[in-house]
Design a binder for this molecule. Structure first.
Ligand SMILES: [Zn+2]
Length: 316
């Protein structure tokens, strides 16, 4: 039976439904939990998050992939309770958003140690939660090129993906030549990798999305909703129409490789977050925009149901 690890246990792939493939329950820089100005009580976090997940469920959302990983505020017991409360399947990540958000303990670790740690979180569980990670997060540190630590994390992720059958999801798809060389050297098929954030305002011009798809990689347009039209747009915002046109051009060629998400934070940790942006952008803006652009329901299902199901299903 094909299945996917969620925080409440493995589920059959067919039960995923519509998937938001790159989101965050709460994302903060390592150490933000120690900043008493920003600290949020459990009640505050529930209050911010539950209505967004309930709305996601009411819109027809099935599965929320938390792309947070280790060191950025991942809290799996909390995810379990959110999932039980709202009926939304939540997939947790092992791995790191990037080398530059790995705390010193992990930053000094060997490839072998990191791979074993990822494998443990996927096959045994994350801490004492009993929940197994369903995806491995990796990423490119600030600066535009992969650092040595980024490369060690990518290599460890490739080994863990091969051992467990769980896929890899990247933060940024710049310097993709380096990443792909590592995955090929480790023998990981590139359709097990989702190269994310090809669409954000900072990196879109530097990202070879069609080349990645031609190599066999999956491509994530997963910062939908971070628009220059927002009242207080973040530095990675982009004009709404420009991003949409970029996505439409891409799916004209590579619909089978395309995934889309909003990279929203239900309850930002240690920062204010971006006002007016939630995971529900997918239903309230993106899918209506795609329909208005002439996309049929079959193509929408390919992007939000079939492609993520194929990506997330454990291969073994
Ligand atoms: Zn993210």
């Amino acid at each position: 039976m094909s299945r996917v690890n969620t925080v409440l246990g493995p589920i059959p792939t067919e039960e995923l439904g519509l998937v938001a493939v790159h989101e965050h329950i709460g994302y903060g820089m390592p150490g933000s939990e120690l900043d008493t100005k920003w600290w949020k009580s459990p009640e505050q976090r529930y209050e911010e998050t539950v209505p967004k997940l309930r709305q996601f469920h009411d819109h027809g959302g099935g599965t929320f992939v938390d792309a947070t990983g280790i060191c950025n505020g991942r809290d799996v017991d909390y995810y379990k309770s959110l999932s039980a409360k709202t009926g939304v399947h939540i997939v947790a990540s092992t791995g790191f958003v990037g080398g530059d958000t790995a705390l010193p303990f992990f930053a000094r670790a060997s490839v072998e140690y990191l791979a074993e740690h990822f494998i443990h979180e996927i096959t045994v569980g994350i801490g004492n939660t009993g929940s197994r990670a369903g995806v491995i997060k990796v990423g490119v540190s600030r600066g535009g090129r992969m650092t040595d630590l980024d490369k060690r994390i990518y290599r460890a992720a490739a080994r863990a993906a091969l051992t467990t059958g769980v896929p890899v999801l990247t933060h940024l798809a710049i310097d993709a030549e380096t990443a792909i060389a590592i995955f090929i050297a480790e023998g990981l098929p590139l359709d097990r990798v989702l190269f994310g954030h090809v669409d954000d305002g900072v990196n879109a011009d530097k990202t070879r999305d069609t080349w990645i798809a031609e190599q066999g990689g999956r491509v994530g347009f997963d910062t939908f909703g971070y628009e220059t039209e927002l009242p207080d747009p973040p530095f990675w915002a982009r004009p709404r129409k420009e991003r949409l046109d970029h996505f439409l051009r891409f799916i004209g060629q590579h619909l089978d490789k395309a995934l889309a998400s909003a990279d929203a934070n239900c309850s930002p940790l240690g920062w204010a977050g971006v006002q007016g942006h939630t995971v529900n952008y997918i239903f309230e803006d993106l899918i209506p925009d795609l329909r208005a652009a002439g996309l049929d329901e079959a193509a929408i299902k390919t992007i939000f149901v079939d492609n993520p199901a194929d990506f997330l299903t454990i291969q073994n």
